[in-house]
Design a protein around this ligand. Structure first.
Ligand SMILES: O=C(CO)COP(=O)(O)O
Length: 250
């Protein structure tokens, strides 16, 4: 049985003080038995957030990190730095990082492998652009990205990865993929995991949908056979909406 996972991706929103006040509002509320609840915040908000959420079941994630242990990489953050703060998850290869910050399938793979050295659970993002969707290349693009991301992982590691299928045309646009369409692609990604590893790993790995998920549509996604949760941008920024998303995943 795969445990549903709702992860908020705050992107470049919220100061440390705003994060701490959000944490107070959701403590005890965005905590639903049987649902994993994760907030992925900007680096500067992580210390305040991990502290404010101590003693709750809500986990904290980062939105990126560097795969090297340390070094002359101005502006970067290492896995050890995140681990020290009590961060448990890290988003890797979000489409905004691929589009604006030169993230490639190769760097996504390096980061996915490195995450395990620091006990960070990778949330690996894959998904097609609108032109690719229209050209009928959705599965091809997802295959390339998924296979590349998981290369070199052990079976045990692969089973722990969270994949987020986020069709780029559905991000922040209000144009969500239908639950059926998202489920079809996610079931296909699960088949890819079975091919690359084995059937058991494919049954264990959790795959989220992301792209304009809101409290009013989260249940539709969660009702699908292969969708194990959601990676949520805009609707994760307000405490009441985040609480409803976690409740909706039950
Ligand atoms: O990019 C996303 C989550 O990573 C989705 O963002 P929205 O939920 O705002 O569409």
């Amino acid at each position: 049985m795969r445990k549903p996972i709702i992860a908020g991706n705050w992107k470049m929103f919220k100061t440390a003080a705003e994060a701490a006040s959000f944490a107070k509002e959701v403590s005890g509320k965005a905590e639903v038995e049987g649902v994993e609840s994760v907030i992925c915040a900007p680096f500067t908000a992580l210390p305040a957030l991990t502290e404010a959420l101590q003693g709750t079941s809500i986990q904290v994630g980062a939105q990126n990190f560097h795969w090297e242990e340390n070094g002359a990489f101005t502006g970067e953050i290492s896995g050890a730095m995140l681990q020290e703060l009590g961060v448990k998850y890290v988003i890797i290869g979000h489409s905004e990082r691929r589009a604006y910050f030169a993230e490639t399938d190769e760097t996504v793979n390096k980061k996915t492998l490195a995450a395990f050295q620091y006990d960070l659970t990778p949330i690996v993002c894959v998904g097609e652009k609108l032109e690719e969707r229209e050209a009928g290349q959705t599965k091809e693009v997802c295959k390339e990205q998924t296979v590349a991301a998981l290369k070199g992982l052990s079976v045990e590691q692969a089973a722990q990865v969270v994949i987020a299928y986020e069709p780029i045309w559905a991000i922040g646009t209000g144009k969500s993929s239908t639950a059926e369409d998202a489920n079809e692609v996610i079931a296909y990604i699960r088949e890819l995991v079975a091919e690359a590893f084995d059937a058991q790993t494919a049954q264990s790995i959790r795959i989220q949908y992301g792209g304009s998920v809101k409290p009013n549509n989260v249940k539709e996604y969660m009702g699908q056979s292969d969708i194990d949760g959601a990676l949520v941008g805009g609707a994760s920024l307000q405490a009441d909406s985040y609480i409803q998303l976690v409740e909706g995943a039950k």
